[in-house]
Design a protein around this ligand. Structure first.
Ligand SMILES: Cc1cc2nc3c(=O)[nH]c(=O)nc-3n(C[C@H](O)[C@H](O)[C@H](O)COP(=O)(O)OP(=O)(O)OC[C@H]3O[C@@H](n4cnc5c(N)ncnc54)[C@H](O)[C@@H]3O)c2cc1C
Ligand code: FES
Length: 259
């Protein structure tokens, strides 16, 4: 089991990169053990808000002991986090979850499919695979946050948008099909309907597929069962078809989970 850091992380910088999307660099020891596809729990400094907010790791910089998180301001918890300035501190637990099985696919061509706020966790993957990666990024409109960061990784980039203002009008699957791009494995993160479509596409095309799931969470460490998703196999401990997204995931072989 990965050793976790639980303590105060210092804000290095925080900026809005789109109207409701924020990029946050935190100095934390958690970066030393972090891997692509894991997440951290951020705790509120206000006593009334007890449950942490899980946010995926977008970038890892071990040289300066830092993690980058990119998140959408969705409600009060993320709004509070967005108000932190450089030098201030926030309580963090992490790294959490399993992460993507990157070693298994080293030197293979990987398809990184990210939709909306599922795009940030794909950036560290694009850095890891570089030219061996095809990043298929699905946006709502022309607000293509993080696109320049993906361009710097050297990966091939395909775009889709809901309104057709950038790339192919439609989904990430439409963009993939139009470019006739293929790979040895798909890594995907995004809304559940997108993951469902990608799972079906991967099955038809006979491509191995891993999905990163998002469920509402409480403890984040496997204790409360607040985040279970339906699995195709039985959990050996409880003998039910459930998996805890925070502990068994958030990354699953698409064949293991019902979407
Ligand atoms: C493993 C994991 C990784 C995540 N990574 C990111 C990330 O990198 N960037 C990012 O912007 N968000 C991410 N999220 C979602 C993020 O945790 C929620 O948006 C956040 O907790 C909302 O807190 P809030 O207090 O601001 O909003 P709340 O007031 O709690 O909720 C506001 C709205 O967001 C919805 N919401 C809350 N939690 C979730 C959730 N877990 N999944 C989907 N919708 C939710 C609520 O249903 C509600 O509609 C992740 C969630 C998980 C479980
Ligand atoms: S959030 Fe408690 S078990 Fe996953």
């Amino acid at each position: 089991m990965t050793e976790k850091t639980y303590g105060m992380a210092k804000v290095i910088s925080q900026e809005k990169i789109e109207q409701d999307i924020v990029s946050l660099w935190l100095e934390t020891e958690a970066c030393q053990r972090a891997r692509c596809g894991q997440f951290v729990n951020l705790y509120s400094n206000q006593n009334g808000r007890l449950l942490p907010r899980p946010i995926s790791i977008c970038e890892i910089d071990k040289d300066v002991k830092a993690l980058r998180l990119v998140y959408r301001i969705a409600g009060e918890g993320t709004r509070e986090i967005s108000k932190l300035s450089a030098g201030e501190e926030i309580k963090l637990l992490g790294p959490l979850g399993n992460g993507f099985p990157t070693e298994e696919f080293a030197k293979r061509t990987v398809l990184l499919m990210g939709g909306g706020i599922g795009i940030p966790p794909m950036l560290e993957m694009a850095k890891a695979f570089g030219e061996k990666a095809v990043a298929v990024l699905g946006y709502r409109d022309s607000h293509t946050f993080l696109l320049e960061d993906f361009q710097k990784t050297g990966c091939r980039i395909l775009l889709s948008s809901d309104d057709g203002s950038v790339g192919v009008k439609g989904t990430v699957i439409d963009a993939l099909k139009e470019a006739k791009a293929t790979g040895d494995v798909i890594f995907a993160c995004g809304p559940k309907p997108m993951l469902r479509g990608i799972k079906a596409y991967a099955s038809d095309a006979n491509i191995k597929c891993f999905v990163s799931m998002e469920e509402r969470m409480a403890c984040g460490i496997g204790a409360c069962l607040g985040c279970v998703c339906k699995s195709t196999t039985k959990d050996p401990h409880s003998n039910v078809n459930n998996k805890r997204v925070c502990k068994d995931g958030p990354v699953f072989d698409a064949k293991e989970v019902e979407l």
